[in-house]
Design a protein. Structure first.
Length: 116
């Protein structure tokens, strides 16, 4: 009887280890799925951001330039069509976007430092 009980305890221990192993593998599988999805979304976002670089350069050059100041003054004077979308002439929209870009670059640099 003792021999059978010994095997039973060993079998239970093996089953317990296997249960832990299965739980560990399932947890790591969830980590893999989560990380893979995040990397794919980040990659797509970086592609989109890369494609926006020319637009960001143009906005940076335009904002605060003599041309922007002229367009801004004409808007204040009511010389532009009232239905013209003109967020670019607000004093905050372009500035805030360019600040967001600076913050994003700092954030990415910090993340790269932390991952080393």
């Amino acid at each position: 009887m003792e021999h059978i009980e010994g095997n039973s305890h060993m079998e239970q221990a093996e089953q317990s280890l296997q249960t832990e192993q299965i739980a560990r593998i399932q947890q790591m599988e969830r980590c893999l799925d989560h990380a893979s999805q995040a990397v794919m979304r980040l990659s797509a976002a970086l592609d989109e951001y890369a494609n926006a670089q020319d637009a960001l350069r143009q906005l940076g050059d335009y904002y605060g330039s003599d041309q922007w100041k002229h367009d801004f003054a004409d808007d204040l004077a009511g010389l532009l069509p009232p239905d013209l979308k003109r967020g670019v002439l607000s004093e905050d929209a372009v500035w805030n976007l360019l600040e967001d870009v600076r913050d994003l670059k700092e954030r990415m640099a910090d993340m790269l430092k932390e991952s080393k």
